[in-house]
Design a protein around this ligand. Structure first.
Ligand SMILES: [Zn+2]
Length: 227
């Protein structure tokens, strides 16, 4: 999560945390769990223990979360927005939000709030482009990462449609920056997530590939409208 309206910077994020999160983000973006395989060839990875597979899958999800937050922190740092961490709750479920200074220009606010989704979308783009047959491969870490990227976007879009959740939620900040209604942001987040899920199960669906890329590029271009 990021934040649209923190009233104060609570806990400054140490630089070392920022660096660690960025490394996580870069590793996940590289998608370098195992070397790329020839298209259509069966997986060459030896069979894995189910428990270690689950552990790898969950680790992939954790990397996805760290990468999302590192996206916020990257632009917090670029815009000198004094990032901090605040405990929040989502219908009783404890979570945390990365806060930043208020009063930023709308374009900067939009970039910071969008950055978590950008990282998710770029991550899936790199993975699904380099490993189009991932669904048929034995690669639990990458699968966990792709699953996080899809499911987190779906969850965020659900909160945006319902306009619920902590006030620091990304979609509310993005909507405010554009002066849009929040459900429209929800649709914008959900579309590439659904299209990437279709790509995962149907690598030959070129319409899904190019549709997803188009929406992702369009989301970045929306920065021009946030002013
Ligand atoms: Zn976020």
């Amino acid at each position: 999560m990021s934040n649209g309206c923190a009233t104060a910077t609570e806990v400054r994020v140490p630089r070392v945390v920022l660096v660690v999160l960025l490394v996580f983000g870069l590793v996940s973006s590289a998608g370098a769990q195992t070397p790329p395989e020839m298209p259509g060839s069966p997986s060459t990875t030896p069979s894995e223990h189910p428990v270690s597979s689950l552990g790898s899958f969950l680790a992939g999800g954790a990397i996805g979360l760290a990468a999302h937050e590192s996206g916020h922190l990257l632009f917090d740092a670029l815009f000198r927005a004094n990032p901090g961490i605040r405990k929040v709750s989502f219908h009783g479920f404890p979570f945390f939000a990365i806060t930043h200074d208020t009063g930023l220009p709308r374009s900067q606010e939009f970039v910071i709030d969008s950055a978590g989704f950008w990282v998710q979308q770029l991550g899936n783009e790199i993975i699904l482009t380099r490993r189009p047959n991932l669904g048929h491969e034995r690669a639990p870490l990458l699968k966990g990462l792709v699953a996080f990227n899809v499911l987190a976007s779906a969850a965020y879009s659900g909160a945006a449609f319902a306009r619920t959740g902590p006030v620091e939620r990304d979609t509310r900040g993005m909507a405010d920056s554009l002066k849009w209604k929040e459900p429209a942001i929800g649709a914008l987040i959900l579309a590439p997530a659904l299209l990437d899920a279709i790509r995962y199960f149907h690598p030959d669906a070129k319409w899904a590939t190019w549709g997803s890329r188009g929406v992702k590029v369009g989301m970045v271009l929306l920065v021009a409208r946030a002013r």
